[in-house]
Design a protein around this ligand. Structure first.
Ligand code: 26Q
Length: 844
């Protein structure tokens, strides 16, 4: 890294004033207009981009050239709207939302932007006239996998909804050079490959190296006398440049475009001259490249954070750049910072950006020279915190040592926040040392560390969970002392998903059918799906609905054939479980069901011909260091190999595990599914969002009373949902009583036989040792009570089979699932955030 002795780099400032000289040309004053919205206009712009941006004629263009030129053309149509929105947001100074998220799992952009701009037909025709199949262009796009799973995808849905609702918003995050790893299987075991998504470049980003910001780290603090006032300043040891890359976030057919600004790390240009002069050029250069590792790769863990230094560097890097960017560029000249809460709310997507709290305090107190109390009053109104977990091991803590070394001034600020907070606690409860220890932002065990969720709770104007049950457990179990201390601070906002991507784009057949029935407008007013309820009674509609599902299955079959060489058998129920691999999500429970069905056939207890034909599809990545999760992946693949090849099964059971589940695959899988598996142990899944996507696409859910499943079941009705397993209070009661998994094993013949079959080595070529750790874990530990819920799961799956046998009744229930889950639009989530937390207004 560049040492402090090296020449500091001036941070280039966004300056509109010194641009006035170049903006006087009359043509520059006219509003920016896009290309003509005609087939001809599109073709012209496409060829222009091919020639001038790619430097090739159509006749010599590569697939990538054509994809780029095409994407740039779509982009060109949106730019005028974008520039206009940026101008209006600056001019009106309307309150905006800064969504701070370490992850955005965007999925492919091309189709989304075509849809949002209403250009799909013109573009298709334009390409056809050039002899290009637009589907070939679609296939070229590499999805930016800048997230792990639910939390990152949620951020992408939220910014889509905000743009669609014309709410001023900037999404801030990190431009990882490598996103979530690409998963492959070798001998059924997960192997991680780097996700080099930028190799061919991205047509969607607007880099602005000239607006790079200097982000500092390390060093020490000192006090100085500022005309009679003692102030603190931070003397950092090294710094790195944060380069903004802007991305357009278009609203759906409303002519609005918001901004996603992702930061890339760049080494400062100045070399450390001492090292350089000492002749060690290599060292000087390698210090440079080290700074750039900050945005090199996304951490693939989505639970049990490891407290790694680079991760804290990433967090501070993007948050400091984002807050600084907003304060420097979005505020009117002479803006009074006391009014900051009327201008912006920083929404913290989990604890990952919480270091932004002491950062804003540092800027206000040390740099803007506000009084501490005034700065704290502002800060407390400018942040709100969303919690996405219930697992205690997933709550982030950072060792005080590390924070002090990397961010010494921030540590001091955190200490002072804690001191003043604990003084308030003392005022209320007296010297109740247990209370104080429990509520302190600084914990002492196992090492002295900062509890980021506590800091977020103390600093935030609101704290929200992501589904009703989750918010209740957050109040009662995770942060009960804070709930008591801050009445009214805790609230719920149930998650949602964008129907533009997950219905209109992913399931055009269903979308068309819906529009034929109830007209247009439902995509931005999803509660209108209610109007479909009466259509569930219409046999003609049911037939059309079944036809769409069948077509979606054929499409999925084609996708999996090309992608993985898989084949989907006709007439099979598609039973789908796609989500990160985690023990609490209980992929093992699904697997025990499969092994049970298989064992019943091969033991001759059930005739294969009596088994409902099912294809089980898994999609799941495991964190590379999560040994048990990887073993479970291995077992799923091993069971698949044996079951799929055993002639005794007569092809009635099939297990498919396409590698590298991502947003793009989800878009083909979800619309084709009959059955959605949402089977986490009650009280563990904060919300889930896949569950919503499946229901909205007419799959029925088999699920526990957990996360948003609770709300899905309430809405669709008990008779249209397969509920099984213990409730959260029952889980608690069983733990309290003493859970003994072996008792469940002993007491259930099906379970015993399934477990014994795995233990026998039947899925590992006779080698008993391979999956023994899974079996023992379930028998002697089973933290997520797989065995306790097994019998109830198997019984409910039998009901699924029975229900599926009556296809017409199944379709009736599926239609009602679609009709009754409009609540789960992320537009509704955004309205809830606006009403309960942000108090912002659309800029119409
Ligand atoms: C933190 C520190 C260091 C390294 C990694 C992390 C980290 C990264 C990602 C911790 C957690 C995550 C992601 C969590 C997540 O995706 N949670 C899910 O959020 C969804 C949206 O609210 C919910 O629907 C899911 O229930 C929840 O599991």
């Amino acid at each position: 890294m560049t040492a402090s002795e090296s020449t500091p780099e001036p941070t280039p400032q966004h300056s509109t004033s010194n641009n006035s000289a170049v903006a006087t040309h009359p043509l520059a004053l006219a509003p920016v207009t896009g290309p003509a919205s005609t087939v001809d206009g599109f073709v012209r712009q496409f060829l222009r981009n091919l020639n001038y941006e790619r430097g090739v004629p159509l006749s010599a263009s590569s697939d990538n050239d054509r994809y780029f030129a095409f994407a740039l053309t779509v982009r060109d149509y949106l730019v005028a709207r974008w520039l206009e929105d940026l101008r209006r947001q600056r001019e009106t100074q309307a309150k905006g939302v800064c969504y701070l998220s370490a992850e955005y799992l965007l999925g492919r952009q091309l189709d989304n932007d075509l849809l949002a701009s209403g250009l799909t037909e013109i573009a298709t025709e334009a390409m056809a006239s050039c002899g290009i199949d637009i589907d070939d262009l679609r296939a070229q796009e590499v999805e930016p996998g800048l997230g792990n799973g639910g939390l990152g995808r949620l951020a992408a849905c939220f910014i889509d909804s905000l743009a669609t609702m014309s709410v001023p918003n900037i999404g801030y995050g990190i431009r990882y050079e490598y996103g979530i790893f690409r998963q492959t299987f070798e001998d059924g075991q997960q192997v991680e490959q780097p996700d080099a998504w930028l190799t061919l470049g991205s047509p969607w980003e607007f880099p602005h190296p000239e607006f790079a910001r200097t982000i500092s780290f390390g060093g020490h603090t000192e006090t100085y006398d500022d005309e009679g006032t003692t102030r603190t300043r931070w003397v950092p040891a090294w710094n790195v440049q944060a380069v903004p890359y802007n991305y357009m976030v278009p609203g759906y057919l409303n002519g609005r475009v918001n901004t996603l600004r992702l930061w890339g790390a760049k080494a400062t240009n100045s070399f450390d001259l001492r090292v350089f002069n000492s002749g060690d050029f290599q060292d000087a250069v390698s210090a440079q490249t080290q700074a750039e590792t900050i945005s090199k790769v996304l951490y693939p863990e989505d639970s049990t954070p490891q407290g790694k230094e680079l991760r804290l560097q990433q967090q501070y890097f993007f948050v400091a750049a984002s807050i600084g960017d907003f304060l420097d560029h979005m505020l009117a000249p002479g803006f009074d910072l006391e009014n900051l809460p009327d201008r912006v709310i920083f929404q913290l997507n989990d604890t990952h950006p919480v270091i932004g709290v002491p950062e804003l305090m540092r800027v206000l107190v040390d740099e803007k020279k506000l009084e501490w109390d005034a700065a704290w009053a502002i800060t407390q109104k400018c942040f709100a915190y969303t919690c996405h977990t219930l697992l205690p091991e997933a709550l982030e803590v950072w060792s005080v040592d590390l924070v002090g070394r990397l961010l010494p001034r921030h540590l001091e600020i955190i200490y002072r926040i804690n001191e003043e907070f604990l003084a308030e606690v003392r005022e209320r409860y007296g010297d109740d040392e247990i209370k104080i220890r429990n509520m302190s932002i600084i914990s002492e065990f196992p090492e002295r560390s900062v509890r980021m969720a506590y800091l977020a709770t103390v600093a935030g104007s609101k704290v929200n969970g992501v589904a009703e049950l989750h918010s209740q457990l957050l109040r009662e179990k995770v942060l009960p002392d804070f709930n008591e201390f801050y009445p009214g601070k805790f609230t719920n906002v149930t998650n949602g998903v964008t129907p533009r991507r997950f219905m209109r784009l992913a399931n055009p057949g269903l979308s068309e059918l819906i529009t034929e029935a109830i007209g247009t407008g439902w995509l931005t007013d999803l509660e209108r799906l209610r109007e479909l309820e009466s259509y569930a009674e219409d046999p003609v509609f049911r037939k059309a609905f079944t036809d769409v599902k069948a077509a979606n299955k054929r499409h999925l079959g084609e996708v999996l054939r090309v992608r993985d060489g898989f084949e989907i058998s006709d007439g099979h129920m598609l039973d789908v479980m796609v989500k990160r691999l985690h023990e609490y999500k209980r992929q093992m429970l699904k697997l025990l069901h499969i092994v049970t069905l298989y064992e019943q056939i091969i033991s001759g207890r059930v005739a294969a011909s009596d088994v409902t034909p099912r294809t089980f599809i898994f999609g799941a990545k495991a964190a590379p260091g999560y040994v048990m999760a990887k073993r479970i992946i291995h077992l799923i693949n091993a069971v698949g190999t044996v079951v799929n090849e055993d002639p005794r099964v007569e092809g009635r059971l099939k297990v498919l595990f396409p590698p590298n589940y991502n947003v793009t695959l989800a878009e083909s899988l979800i619309p084709a599914a009959d059955l959605s598996e949402q089977i986490s142990l009650a009280g563990k899944e904060a919300s889930g969002t896949g569950n919503m996507k499946f229901a909205l696409n007419g799959a029925l859910t088999i699920g526990t009373d957990d996360g948003a499943n609770v709300e899905i079941r309430e809405l669709v009705g008990d008779e249209n949902f397969f509920l099984f397993g213990m409730s959260e209070p029952e889980v608690e009661a069983l733990w309290a009583k003493g859970y003994k998994p072996t008792e469940f094993y002993q007491g259930d013949e099906n379970l015993r036989r399934a477990m014994d079959l795995i233990a026998s080595g039947a899925f590992s070529g006779g080698d008993k040792s391979v999956f023994e750790p899974i079996v023992s874990n379930l028998l002697y530990d089973d933290r997520f009570m797989v065995l306790a819920d097994y019998s109830s799961y198997i019984a409910e799956q039998a009901k699924v089979d029975t229900a599926y046998a009556d296809q017409d009744a199944w379709t009736h229930a599926a239609i009602l699932n679609v009709a009754r889950t409009g609540f789960f639009s992320s537009d509704r989530s955004m309205r809830d955030y606006i009403d309960r937390i942000w108090h912002t207004r659309p800029l119409l």
